[in-house]
Design a protein around this ligand. Structure first.
Ligand code: AMP
Length: 244
């Protein structure tokens, strides 16, 4: 089963002998912005593993809560299943709580949060309280028609959420994850009207965050129409971070 925040394997702050305040001030916190199907999940996993960052994917957190049928899972299910945004209060509470629980990590990479201005402002405030901030925001720009066709071809593995595309990144054996052998499935919200609804919300609401972070001088815009490798190289070329 997926977990919403994972990937940290190291404690570089301790290794180089920084105290906690210095370590947080130097944290490498990144954010991926982009519509559904823009490649955030794929690039997030690559960056988390390369730089030893904790990947925090809000959609994974919600799917985890729904699979476990927790109270929050029950509250969010109607929104997620219909392709609507989960209300800000619920979402902010859940993600900020998860961030509060992270100790001694090199940095985080956020995927899918924030999606509204209120979420972005709450996040900034919380990180400031923790003595840290978002360093850079990577916007994966992809036109709507391409997003739509990618979502229709997208399949996810049940065990760990590995992402495939039947046309551009198919599994070696149809229906089976190359990495862990689990079954591949199509998300309910990657079908039918929910896709259009989710893309509408992205372009009418979430896209404004590119202005918000652009004004903070943190935005990197990458052409997300290219192959996984080319997009990854383009991101790495613009990131002001160092390998572990
Ligand atoms: P994702 O896997 O990121 O596409 O998220 C799947 C669904 O979870 C979205 O369509 C929303 O219903 C919900 N969701 C994920 N992140 C957020 C967020 N930051 N704010 C509101 N709803 C969210």
């Amino acid at each position: 089963m997926n977990v919403g925040c994972n990937g940290a394997v190291d404690n570089p702050g301790q290794r180089i002998g920084r105290n906690r305040t210095q370590q947080e001030a130097h944290a490498m916190n990144l954010m991926l912005l982009g519509a559904q199907g823009s490649g955030k999940g794929t690039q997030g996993a690559l960056l988390a593993s390369r730089f030893g960052l904790v990947l925090c994917a809000s959609g994974d957190m919600l799917r985890e809560a729904m699979a476990q049928d927790t109270l929050i899972g029950q509250q969010v299910r109607p929104y997620v299943d219909q392709g609507n945004l989960v209300p800000d209060e619920l979402m902010i509470g859940m993600v900020l709580e998860r961030l509060r629980g992270l100790k001694d990590v090199r940095g985080i990479i956020l995927d899918g949060f924030p999606r509204t201005l209120a979420q972005a402002q709450s996040l900034d405030a919380r990180l400031a309280e923790m003595g840290t901030s978002i360093a850079q925001v990577i916007y994966l720009e992809v036109p709507r028609e391409l997003l739509l066709s990618r979502l229709l071809d997208r399949y996810i593995c049940r065990a760990h959420g590995h992402i495939y595309n039947l046309k551009t990144n198919p599994p070696k054996t149809p229906g089976i994850c190359d990495i862990d052998g689990s079954e591949l499935y199509q998300r309910v919200d990657d079908q039918g009207e929910q896709i259009q609804q989710r893309l509408n919300i992205f372009f009418s609401e979430t896209l404004q965050l590119t202005d918000y972070y652009g004004k903070q001088g943190k935005l990197i815009t990458v052409d997300g129409t290219q192959s996984i490798e080319v997009v990854n190289q383009a991101i790495l070329a613009d990131l002001k971070v160092t390998d572990r």
